[in-house]
Design a protein around this ligand. Structure first.
Ligand code: HQG
Length: 180
């Protein structure tokens, strides 16, 4: 499989399964699932070549396991990262260690003031390890890693979830729980 095709297919799937299904006149159900046949048909109709073999390969080999099939592989969805409103039925989980968030300098004044907000997504994204946070921050420039006192937040009543692909999610992180 050609690396460029795999990457561009993954990016395209992120676009239509997380943010803008209407770009290819695709409908997602309330849990974010698209019908696999319909996805393939709509992609091709809108000049994005896709077949079962390519889709299977991208889902299976995606570096962050961004997409998941349902049990009988008739449906597919993004496991996290949505900006459109979908109910992912996430498992609530108790954090027992600090969690990390990668960002960049220019956002720090606002984050110090109002904490971490979900911005255009459905959740604030956190990770269990610093390495992942460094990668996330690096998308925007020189990464700055914030440490989140998640156990204290949880004790104070905040909920945490883990997506199917292991991303920690929460609704907001007030500044008092962040070590800068
Ligand atoms: C920042 C990728 C100002 C926040 C990654 C971040 C991740 C604030 C940006 C996933 C703020 C939002 C998500 C505040 C937060 N004021 N800026 N109060 N609160 N920010 O992309 O966490 O590869 O929505 O620090 O790997 O960067 O697409 O979130 O810089 O897992 O699968 O506002 O996206 O995954 O940016 O990334 P994003 P993120 P994929």
């Amino acid at each position: 499989m050609n690396e460029n095709i795999i990457k561009s297919t993954s990016k395209f799937l992120s676009l239509v399964l997380r943010h803008a299904p209407e770009k290819i006149a695709l409908t997602l159900d309330e849990n974010g699932w698209a019908n696999v046949e319909e996805l393939i048909i709509q992609c091709n109709k809108f000049h994005k070549k896709l077949d079962h073999a390519l889709l299977d390969y991208v889902v299976e080999n995606n570096d962050k396991k961004r997409f998941a099939f349902n049990e009988d592989k008739t449906k597919i969805r993004a496991s996290q990262g949505h900006s459109i409103s979908v109910e992912l039925e996430l498992k609530e989980i108790e954090p027992i260690h600090f969690l990390y968030h990668g960002t960049v300098d220019k956002f720090l004044p606002a984050i110090r003031k109002e904490g971490l907000l979900k911005m255009s997504r459905q959740h604030v994204h956190l990770s269990q390890d610093r390495e992942t946070a460094i990668k996330v921050g690096s998308r925007r420039g020189k990464p700055v890693i914030l440490s989140i006192n998640a156990p204290k937040m949880h004790a104070d009543g905040y909920s945490f979830y883990v997506s199917e692909n292991g991303v920690w999610l929460t609704d907001q992180v007030p500044a008092e729980y962040i070590e800068f």
